[in-house]
Ligand binder design. Structure first.
Ligand code: ADP
Ligand code: MG
Length: 362
């Protein structure tokens, strides 16, 4: 099932919850919408579901058909919410079967669908248990997911479905949810404020901020080559160093940041105020001849599989991250040679509103 969101705006008095949002989701795609709390993610999902009416002028198209004026029950969508919503007086089986029953499916088709769901979801052991008898919240949420899928809908909307679960359960369930959705060839829109969750399961990530879509792309594109500085900031740790373009040759330029100079590809004119950006893992502990620096380790953080070093060079500090096995044996106070991978350095225009405002989450 395909979805097209066209020019959706939603205001509550003076609060603009959504500002001219446009989005296309292709058949079978797993799209994750990520953004800080309050940026309009739930409002967007609710407008798609039909439980909130958008301001005039916007449209929701499902498989090319305008459903903007249809009530939620006629849009044929499945939903899963952050709060696990199961009928307490029905068993897991009855909860899952509820929707096909109320929808009066062909009985044979209904049984086939339910059996398929039990199989994919691996919830069979809990078939005859009531929600309160299921101690794992992860399993409860999975039953809620199965119930949403049992509507037979080919478009699933998930609003922070893993948010109330323990981190271990969250991490395994997110992969499982994606797998089930893919097996059933369903199109999904999954909303989260967790960047890592978004990157680990999305075919396509949509970054939202203050009621608008900032950027859309694959996890790798947005993580390493974001076009917008907010995306760079929001999707994970990064080094952001303000500077000025001091040299240009073809597509290559040098950015002076205090006493440091970065060589990289960029399109800015000589003299422009810019920000150099790179991820902590783009710091490499060896000399290469360009983007070489000598710094001092001022902090070391053990992160399990990775080690993070905070390195000071002149007035600038960098964060580096390496796999523990690749990390040099450095301690606080040590001097270190390193370079920054030129291919992984991006140069952004210095934001007019200042760096702090450009990164503000609300
Ligand atoms: P998210 O899901 O990204 O956290 P929401 O979509 O819930 O954000 O909210 C977006 C904005 O709209 C917030 O500023 C929120 O306070 C506001 N908002 C949401 N629902 C209402 C409402 N019913 N009345 C007034 N303001 C609302
Ligand atoms: Mg929300």
């Amino acid at each position: 099932m395909k979805l097209k969101v066209e020019n959706i705006t939603k205001t509550y008095g003076k609060v603009v919850a959504l500002k001219d949002v446009n989005l296309e989701v292709g058949e079978g795609e797993y799209v994750v919408i990520v953004g800080p709390s309050g940026c309009g993610k739930s409002t967007l999902l609710k407008v798609i579901m039909g439980i909130i009416e958008q301001d005039e002028g916007g449209k929701i198209l499902v498989d090319g058909k305008d459903v903007s004026n249809l009530p939620p029950e006629d849009r044929n969508l499945g939903f899963v919410f952050q709060n696990i919503l199961l009928f307490p007086h029905l068993t897991a089986f009855e909860n899952i079967a509820y929707s096909p029953i109320v929808k009066d499916f062909n009985l044979q088709l209904r049984d086939k669908l339910i059996e398929e769901l039990f199989l994919f979801g691996k919830v069979d052991p809990w078939r005859d248990k009531y929600p309160e008898q299921i101690s794992s919240r992860g399993i409860q949420q999975k039953v809620a997911l199965m119930r949403a899928l049992a509507t037979g809908s080919k478009l699933l909307l998930l609003d922070e479905p893993l948010c109330s679960l323990d981190s271990r359960v969250r991490i395994s369930l997110r992969q499982e949810v994606k797998k089930i959705v893919k097996q059933l060839q369903i199109t999904a829109i999954h909303v989260t404020h967790d960047q890592e969750e978004a990157m680990s399961i999305a075919d396509k990530i949509v970054i939202m901020r203050k009621g608008s879509i900032v950027e859309i792309g694959s996890p790798e594109e947005l993580y390493y080559y974001p076009k917008n500085i907010f995306t760079a900031y929001f999707l994970g740790k990064g080094n952001f160093v303000p500077g000025k373009i001091v040299r240009r040759k073809y597509k290559q330029s040098a950015v002076k940041c205090g006493e440091l100079v970065f060589e990289s590809a960029s399109r800015f004119e000589l003299g422009s105020d810019v920000v150099v950006f790179f991820r902590p893992e783009s710091v490499v502990f060896e000399r290469k001849g360009y983007n070489d620096y000598v710094g001092k380790v001022i902090e070391k953080r053990f992160l399990g599989r990775q080690i993070e070093f905070i390195i000071k060079v002149g007035a600038t500090t960098f964060t580096s991250r390496s796999l523990r096995i690749d990390a040099p044996s450095l301690n606080v106070g040590d001097t270190v040679d390193f370079h920054v991978d030129e291919e992984r350095i991006l140069v952004f225009k210095f934001p007019e509103e200042g760096l702090e405002s450009a990164f503000k989450l609300e």
